[in-house]
Design a protein. Structure first.
Length: 164
């Protein structure tokens, strides 16, 4: 089992997308790399504490590789948009890959260098070591399963591509 932390705008859609990917064992919405202990959603929205809405993705490497997971991640975000995804704007909606193993950093850096070759604007995904991660409140977990018509910045057609 491996874990990677992915920030891609509002975590509801990112969590739902990755929960549909074969080989992903568990997804957890939360707040990463901020400046407080045990933040609440209200604290994150205040922008004072610099958290990113993030999804912890636990996956079985024998079924899906980090390479394939990152390809899927790049597919559902605007990789050149800084602090904005869809209609969500602000530091909490930044894109990021947060790693806990140096090998994952090196691999993600290589993937992002390749990705940059196909874009004229700079890639705006932060790649940094995970400093902290706090689970979001229960009502944020599996939000789109609980609220099928809930807000999501990811086009619905993308969810069909999760299992491909």
């Amino acid at each position: 089992m491996k874990t990677i932390y992915l920030a891609g705008g509002c975590f509801w859609g990112v969590e739902h997308f990755f929960s549909l990917v074969p080989g992903v064992v568990k997804t957890t919405t939360g707040y990463a790399n901020g400046d407080a202990l045990n933040p609440t959603y209200e604290m994150v929205c205040s922008k004072k504490y610099k958290f990113a809405e993030t999804v912890k993705v636990d996956f079985d490497e024998s079924v899906i590789t980090l390479d394939r997971l990152l390809d899927k991640f790049f597919m559902i975000i605007d990789v050149t948009s800084l602090n904005k995804q869809g209609g969500d704007v602000g530091l909490q909606y930044r894109t990021g890959i947060y790693y806990t193993e140096e090998a994952d950093r090196a691999f993600a850096e290589k993937k992002m260098t390749e990705l940059q070759k196909s874009h004229s604007k700079p890639i705006a995904i932060e790649l940094v070591e995970l400093k902290n991660f706090y689970n979001a409140e229960d009502y944020h977990q599996d939000y789109l399963n609980k609220n099928p018509n809930g807000y999501c910045h990811i086009p619905l057609a993308m969810f069909e591509k999760a299992s491909l």
